[in-house]
Design a protein around this ligand. Structure first.
Ligand code: NAG
Ligand code: NAG
Ligand code: NAG
Ligand code: NAG
Ligand code: NAG
Ligand code: NAG
Length: 668
């Protein structure tokens, strides 16, 4: 309808009962099967971006690239959908809000710096992007515990995502903080938010508690008002929609490339006989797991399905448009336990580092068939710099530094306590006990109930003896005299974010046995490693040279530093760090926790290092906690900064993590 004159425009506007300059409005049109924005027929093409996975300094760059992809424009010709009407789309981005990122401690909210949601929404609006808000409370998103704060587990038997009174009380309090902040950003109130999702794929969750969904609906309405379009998203199958969709919330579906688009939208039609077709998560790529091959989805498959959906006049959200990075400890995991790596590149149209890809341009070409895309230059791919090799020296074994690392001091108890009982959410806890009897021959130290969550580095009298791993290794043999010190450093590798086991307690969550006896008499050290690194406390450590076995070493800290060269314009630039021949651990630069490395398991080999954490004014400090074995035993060791990412090193594929495509069985 590009040729529509302004006269007929006005006529249409009058026809829809709106006048130019009237108050902004956004609604569902059940007669014409579309959205209506300021009275005009409207469909969107949007992309998902998670501000929590991108440094604040890069928000604008990524949002601009989304805008330039054509998640923006005025419809240029008629599709089957807009007979007689004028279809307008505008840039949209689709936004999850992870609760645990903003309320790490109950009642203490953080909306500043990289967590400044208001700033992000303002940037989006300034660029010309509309926003689809997905505030949870549960968001899945391959994010620790699906965005739910771990402190909810202080009530041991809490039923998450249900009418459980304690869960509801926490949700009410959080939403009572968040939603009033969001209200000013609603489209009706002059802001960018056109629709708001309630919960997330609730139909895939076992609880199927309609009272909970009704409670959330009333809660959202009470804070946001009656006018805003609230919606749900579920798998494109009746069995998902059964528990996921309820009266009063517009039901949408999600499915990936390769699906039979007609059949998938037929599923939505079972829940919503009229109204706009919406695919709220069209998968441009897929997530990774440690130990499984890097997920790749061909651009051609994405382009083909996108084209089919746009031809139907459907609304589409590309999940993800940019994946980003699970910095620190924020990655989630799937069940049976398989943790996701640090990179959340997702094989999305923009890479983890925001680079333009062939997929970006393939998507843009498809959108061009339907809409005029914005003119002007696309922000270029950010340059990367290879700072080269940085020598590392050993500081100290973790178990020799407990006074520095355990701010709260040890806790003693007969049986082991979980992270939450110890008031620690993330990272590492050291569990210490002693051998109750002489173990002259190799004696099994076991977790018979598979209660090591998630990986434990075991040593006896300062000698590493083995690793226990959830679902994989439940026994190591130990030898030693009665009274020998047993140290078990337990790593939380990320909480399960999907399915019925999201109550994912960490640490030693069941007893350990030695032979037939339950081990008792534990001393547990909560570790504030991040704070210690930030405060430079590790630098004061003196290297120690305790005797080490050949195969495994004690978890220990290593440090090095590098200077950004002068005379090269525009430094610092982004880079990637890789740790060849190192095995598994955590890495910080200038106190910023970049995340986990595990090149021996893969597929991720390099970690993204954004330029904003680097300094030209002082040497840049690299701190590594290597859990298994650093390559420093026979001479100097190092890490490397490169200009190219490697996320797809070959691994033996262990997981069966299939992309969820729509299938016929879903309709049963
Ligand atoms: C809030 O979050 C920002 C960004 O992660 C961080 O820099 C800041 O220290 C946090 N503030 C508090 C009080 O924890
Ligand atoms: C797609 O699904 C529709 C509706 O169920 C069906 O009529 C059509 O044959 C299917 N197309 C293919 C290629 O399977
Ligand atoms: C432990 O030692 C016993 C006896 O030497 C041996 O049979 C068993 O395979 C060992 N188990 C492990 C996990 O190493
Ligand atoms: C350890 O075993 C004791 C005695 O059977 C039991 O009371 C306790 O609950 C167990 N602890 C855990 C964490 O399983
Ligand atoms: C690195 O550590 C040194 C020594 O503690 C300190 O002087 C320097 O400022 C640190 N560099 C940065 C970028 O923080
Ligand atoms: C990894 O990706 C790069 C760049 O796309 C490609 O050249 C390489 O062949 C891939 N390697 C593997 C093992 O898939």
């Amino acid at each position: 309808m590009a040729l529509l004159g302004s006269g007929s425009m006005l006529f249409l506007l009058l026809l829809f009962g709106h006048s130019l300059g009237g108050p902004p409005s956004f609604s569902v049109d059940y007669q014409k099967d579309c959205f209506r924005k300021d009275g005009e027929a409207f469909r969107y093409i949007s992309g998902s971006i998670h501000y929590s996975r991108i440094p604040r300094v890069y928000w604008k760059d990524r949002l601009l690239k989304m805008y330039m992809a054509g998640l923006n424009a005025i419809q240029t010709f008629t599709t089957a959908f807009d007979q007689g009407g004028r279809t307008q789309i505008l840039s949209i981005q689709n936004l999850y809000i992870p609760w645990n990122y903003h309320e790490e401690v109950p009642g203490q909210y953080n909306f500043s710096g990289d967590r400044d949601l208001g700033h992000f929404l303002q940037l989006a609006q300034d660029i010309g992007l509309l926003v689809i808000l997905r505030p949870g409370p549960y968001v899945c998103a391959e994010w620790d515990m699906g965005g739910l704060p771990a402190w909810l587990l202080r009530k041991k038997d809490i039923v998450l995502r249900s009418s459980d009174a304690d869960y509801i009380a926490a949700v009410d309090k959080w939403m009572g903080k968040l939603l009033p902040m969001m209200k000013a950003f609603l489209y009706q109130n002059g802001g960018p938010i056109i629709t708001v999702q309630v919960e997330n794929e609730y139909g895939s969750y076992s609880a199927c508690d309609y009272n909970y969904m009704r409670h959330l609906t009333a809660l959202f309405r009470s804070h946001l008002g009656e006018e805003v379009v609230l919606f749900t998203t579920d798998g494109a199958g009746l069995r998902y929609l059964k528990c996921g969709s309820i009266q009063g919330l517009y039901a949408t579906v999600d499915f990936g490339p390769g699906a039979n688009v007609t059949a998938a939208f037929d599923a939505q039609r079972h829940a919503e006989p009229r109204g706009p077709l919406v695919n709220s998560e069209f998968y441009t790529g897929w997530l990774d797991h440690w130990g499984s091959a890097h997920s790749v989805v061909p651009s051609a498959a994405v382009a083909k399905s996108l084209n089919e959906m746009l031809a139907l006049g459907a609304n589409v959200n590309l999940y993800m448009f940019i994946g980003g990075t699970n910095f620190g400890y924020w990655n989630g995991a799937n069940d049976p336990y398989g943790a996701q790596p640090t990179s959340y590149d997702y094989d999305a149209p923009l890479t983890e580092a925001g680079d333009l890809t062939q997929k970006y341009f393939a998507i843009r070409e498809v959108i061009k068939l339907y809409h005029k895309i914005p003119a002007g230059p696309i922000p270029p791919t950010t340059p990367k710099y290879a700072y080269g090799t940085v020598g590392m020296k050993k500081l100290q074994a973790l178990s020799d530094a407990l006074e520095t690392l355990s701010f709260s001091g040890p806790v003693a108890s007969k049986y082991p306590q979980t992270f939450i009982e110890l008031n620690q959410a993330f990272g590492y806890v050291l569990y210490r006990t002693s051998l109750p009897v002489n173990c002259n021959t190799p004696t099994p130290l076991s977790s018979p109930l598979n209660g090591v969550h998630d990986r434990a580095y075991v040593s006896v009298d300062g000698v590493a003896v083995g690793i226990l791993e959830r679902n994989k290794v439940i026994t190591v043999n130990v030898t030693g005299k009665a009274g020998s010190r047993v140290d078990i450093l337990v790593e939380n590798m990320g909480r399960i974010n999907y399915g019925s086991h999201i109550n994912d307690f960490k640490g030693l969550v069941t007893n350990l046995t030695l032979g037939k006896d339950t081990l008792t008499g534990w001393t547990m050290y909560s570790l504030s490693i991040d704070e210690a690194v930030r405060q430079g406390l590790l630098d004061e450590m003196r290297p120690t040279d305790s005797p080490q076995p050949l195969a495994l070493y004690l978890p220990a800290f290593y440090a090095g530093s590098f200077i950004i060269p002068d005379g090269i314009p525009d430094l610092p630039q982004d880079t990637y760090i890789q740790l060849p021949k190192w095995r598994k651990g955590q890495v910080w630069i200038n106190g910023f926790n970049l995340g986990r490395y595990w090149p021996t398991r893969g597929p991720q080999v390099t970690l993204f290092v954004p330029a904003n954490i680097l300094s030209t004014a002082a040497p840049n400090n690299v701190t590594v906690l290597e859990l298994e074995e650093a390559p420093c035993s026979s001479g100097p060791c190092s890490v490397e900064f490169t200009a190219t990412p490697v996320l797809n090193a070959t691994v033996q594929s262990q997981g069966k993590w299939q992309r969820r495509l729509f299938s016929k069985e879903d309709l049963v």
